[in-house]
Each structure stands twice: as C-alpha cells, then as structure tokens.
Design a binder for this molecule. Structure first.
Ligand code: NAD
Ligand code: GLY
Length: 358
C-alpha cells in the first residue's frame, strides 16, 4: 500500500492506494468516531463491493446503514441527494455519523455534499471504485450535484477524512468507464509535467488492459499531483483551475447532450482535444504537441470529435461554466506539457475551434 497525504493543516487526510484495501478494517477505524456509519452507494456497486465493505466495518461494532441510490450521472441531482437525507433522518443519523461513499465520482460527489450539509456537516470517507474517482474526484473536496442548467453548479468544498482507493475493484469496470478514467490521467499528465505525459504515452496499452502495476502508478502519480495543487489552492482562487483543462468544452458537451449521454471522462477527453486546438489557434501551443495529445486521447479509446451541438449552443453552455467571469468564458490553454494558461479567448477563435472539432 502507498499513502499520499493531502496537506491541509487540520483538515489533512491520507489517500491509501493498493490492491485489496476495501476489506482492511484498520484503514477505516481511525476515521469513525461515532456509533454509526452510513454507506452511500448505488444499485451497481452495492452488489459488487457492499458486502466486502460491510465485512470490514463489522469488527468496529458500529450501526451500519446502507443507502442504495439509482446509478448514473442523470441521477446526480437534488432528488437523489434528498434520498440520502431521508435515509439519514429515518435512521436517526447524528452529528458523529460517518458517511462512506462507495462508488464512482457521482456517488462520491453526492455523498460529499450530503456530508457537508447534513446537520451542517458530518465526517465522510471516500472509497472510490472507478479509475476516474481514484485519480481525481475522490481527492480535493469538490462535492455537489448537477442542475439542468449547468454541471456541478450546486455544491460545497468539503474534504473527506480519508480516501481508500482499492485498485483491485477496477477489474470489474466496463471498458468505457476505464477509458473515461484514463482521460483524467492524461489531463494530469498534460497539465503537470512532461515526464508523466511521456510515461502515459509509453504505458497506454497497459492502462487500456487494466494492468494493475500501471494503474497503481497512474493513481499514485495523479493523486500526488492533485494533492499538491489542492494543498496550494484548496478553493480554486487560481492555480486549481488547471485541473479543469478540457472541462470548459467538456462540461458543455455533457450538459448539451443531456447528462449521462457521454461519460464525464469522454467529454473531458474530447474537451482537451478542443482546448489544444484553441491553444494552437491562439499561438500558444505547437502543432506537434497538439497532435501528440490528440493521438494519446484516441489511443485511450476516447472520442476526439465533438458532438454537433451548434456553435451558439456551445457558447451559451460555456458561459454557465464556474470559471466564467461577467459572461466571459475562461479557457485552460496548454502552452506545453506541464504549462497552462487560464485566459479568455476571442469569439472568432472559439468558433473556429468549434467548427474544426465536430
Ligand atoms: P460514475 O460514478 O457514474 O461511475 C461510472 C459507472 O461505473 C457507474 O455506472 C458505476 O455504477 C459503475 N461502477 C463504479 N465502480 C465500479 C466497479 N468497480 N465495477 C463496475 N462498475 C462500477 O462515473 P465516474 O466516471 O466515476 O465519475 C464521474 C463524476 O465525477 C461526474 O459527475 C463528474 O462531474 C465527477 N467528477 C468530480 C470531480 C471532483 O473533483 N469532485 C472530478 C472529476 C469528476
Ligand atoms: N476536478 C477538478 C478539481 O478537482 O478541481
């Protein structure tokens, strides 16, 4: 097992990474101080891993409730969030009840937001079961739900007590979900350092094959990078926005098509291709780097052609992005692997990218 720490003073926490961690009682024990636990999961993950988690918690002698939500991005909304609150109130969960998010990013984001707001805040643990959640969404404390008018628009910054990332559970991930997670790994490589980008290029066949050693390295390195960014800028005053590379276009794809039509990682993959195109158009990135990034995204079996929503619709959707200021859309542009620039862009350049991307 490897442990990466997120250094946030009195809210610091460990990210444990390794195979078989879901069943290790001692990893949960220090973070459960009350008399009850509520596992929040979904109809897909509970039959796969719910029993292993409940067995790990059993020796702690706590009351354990399981809240099983419907599966999918389309359910990441207020109605499903309310199901968590109803279950917690029905079970008389108190201020020391620990919530455990068992699932992918949808479950993690919703459980985190429920933990941030139930009784004004209860502790929670992330047990991410998708690659995307292990490399990105379970770390850093962004929690929330979607609104029909915008992705992840309602939420809170709220850090978990711990992240327990069991690499072994990735074996049951459908290939499309694995690819969606690789998109966020590629994002980290593109924004953080060329050495990691080179490693991903060399190891993309192993990642596509769900090779445990390659996945463990990808999760570790992605968590190290994300932990450092979050420690430097927890609430996205500036630097943290680099983690949104590809997301301005990507979120527009997700919202424009209807949540769940394209996976978040697929939209981010294609969004990075679009952001790289815009970077070249604005003279910030060289053509060879754009082509390398596009090839890598295609090699990860991710879409590189955007859905034809229409330029006006894309622009309307991107104006709802959280980075937009006074209606001006902000883009994370790439200057080279490991160097980004957060900036607005002329309308003609954005429209040219949109036209070239479909
Ligand atoms: P997801 O949570 O929908 O999970 C993908 C699918 O895989 C679901 O059907 C799920 O039930 C299933 N699944 C989960 N674990 C499995 C396993 N081990 N075996 C088999 N099936 C399994 O999607 P995701 O890609 O994990 O997360 C996407 C969400 O994360 C989006 O809502 C996105 O906005 C959010 N996100 C948040 C952050 C953040 O910083 N909070 C960062 C990136 C993404
Ligand atoms: N996934 C973007 C962030 O955590 O800031």
């Amino acid at each position: 097992m490897i442990t990466v720490n997120v250094e946030l003073g009195d809210r610091a926490y460990p990210i444990h990474i390794g195979a078989g961690l879901i069943g290790r009682t001692e990893l949960y024990a220090p973070h459960i101080t009350g008399s009850s636990v509520a596992i929040v999961t979904n109809t897909t993950v509970d039959p796969l891993y719910g029993d292993a988690l409940r067995a790990a918690l059993a020796p702690l002698g706590k009351k354990v409730t399981t809240v099983v939500l419907p599966d999918g991005e389309a359910h990441k909304n207020l109605e499903t969030l309310n199901q968590i609150f109803t279950a917690l109130l029905t079970e008389r969960a108190d201020r020391k009840t620990t919530l455990i998010a068992l699932g992918g990013g949808v479950i993690g984001d919703m459980t985190g937001f429920a933990a941030a707001s139930y009784m004004r805040g209860v502790p929670f643990i992330q047990v991410p079961t998708t690659l995307l959640a292990q490399v990105d969404s379970s770390v850093g404390g962004k929690t929330g739900i979607n609104h029909p008018l915008g992705k992840n628009m309602i939420g809170a910054f709220y850090q978990p007590q711990a992240v327990i990332a069991d690499i072994a559970v990735l074996r049951t991930l459908p290939p499309r979900e694995l690819a969606a997670g690789i998109a966020e790994v590629i994002k980290t490589g593109a924004i953080a350092e060329s050495e990691f980008f080179d490693w991903i290029e060399a190891n993309i066949p192993a990642l596509n094959d769900c090779d445990a050693t390659a996945l463990a390295h990808a999760v570790k390195r992605s968590c190290e990078v994300k932990a450092a960014v979050v420690a430097a800028d927890e609430r996205e005053g500036g630097l943290r926005a680099i983690l949104n590379f590809g997301h301005t276009f990507g979120h527009a794809i997700e919202a424009g098509l209807g949540y769940g039509e394209w996976l978040h990682g697929e939209a981010v993959g294609c969004g990075m291709v679009m952001a790289a195109d815009l970077s070249v158009r604005l003279g910030r990135l060289d053509e060879n780097s754009r082509a390398r990034l596009t090839r890598l995204i295609a090699a990860a079996k991710l879409p590189v052609k955007a859905p034809a929503l229409g330029a006006d619709r894309y622009i309307d959707l991107m104006k709802v992005d959280k980075k937009a200021e006074a209606g001006e859309i902000k883009f994370i542009l790439l200057e080279r692997f490991g160097k980004t620039k957060i900036t607005g862009a002329p309308d003609e350049a954005v429209r040219a990218t949109l036209a070239a991307s479909v």
